[in-house]
Design a protein around this ligand. Structure first.
Ligand SMILES: O=C(O)c1ccccc1NCC(=O)[C@H](O)[C@H](O)COP(=O)(O)O
Length: 214
């Protein structure tokens, strides 16, 4: 595993996947949430994820998924993790991990230090925490909106499990975000797009380069 893990999220084309892999992304994210401009159906996810080299992780991004949805995605046999981006409780996260036998990532919506502290409840229930910006009440999506939180909130916070930073990252701020937070893993979606849901090969390359050089 490289010093810094990089997840490019919301992929829906072979071109963008190829660029992310060539640029050194360690994780690729596939959003399965109908309201998202990045939504991919299970069949599309299977077709896309099956082209990804096995050394690159394939993460499905879901919002309060039912067991039926999870079963459909798990049946693609292409995933290496499930990212829960809704209001899933620690108990629900643990139940999903047990039933579907895949590592579970829990997205933690952050606005205040209390949100970060509350993430401790997922120790032993989830395998990975992804700190992302809290989207406003009534927002169309719980993620992928290019919003950032105050990164200094993470300074000096002991986090006892694997974790990553997300929310509003882009080519021009990713180095600063890593410097402030010490994040071992970073995740980006809209920061490498030319329009909502449209990934830019050039931006993916530039983002990974900026992160790797930080
Ligand atoms: O990206 C989406 O459309 C999405 C929809 C529903 C739930 C989560 C979603 N994205 C989750 C991610 O992992 C994003 O990469 C993360 O929120 C950061 O997004 P951005 O601020 O656009 O880089």
């Amino acid at each position: 595993m490289p010093r810094l893990a990089i997840k490019i999220c919301g992929l829906s084309t072979l071109d963008a996947i190829g660029a992310a892999v060539r640029a050194g992304a360690t994780h690729l994210g596939f959003v399965h949430f109908a309201e998202s401009p990045r939504h991919v159906e299970a069949d599309q996810l299977r077709a896309l994820a099956s082209t990804v080299p096995t050394h690159v992780e394939r993460v499905a991004v879901l919002v309060d998924p039912t067991d039926e949805t999870l079963a459909e995605l798990a049946a693609t046999k292409t995933l290496t993790a499930l990212q829960l981006h809704g209001k899933e409780s620690p108990e629900r996260a643990a139940a999903i991990a047990k039933r579907f036998e895949l590592p579970v990532w829990k997205a933690i919506s952050v606005k205040t230090r209390a949100d970060i502290d509350a993430a401790k409840a997922y120790a032993g229930a989830a395998d990975f925490l992804l700190f992302d910006a809290k989207t406003p009440d009534g927002a169309a999506l719980p993620g992928g909106m290019g919003l950032r939180f105050d990164w200094t909130l993470l300074r000096g916070v002991p986090i006892s499990m694997p974790w990553g930073l997300s929310g509003g990252l882009g080519i021009d701020n990713v180095a600063e975000a890593i410097r402030i937070t010490g994040a071992p893993m970073i995740d980006v979606s809209s920061g490498v797009e030319s329009a909502p849901g449209i990934k830019s090969v050039d931006k993916i390359m530039a983002f990974c380069k900026a992160a790797q050089q930080s």
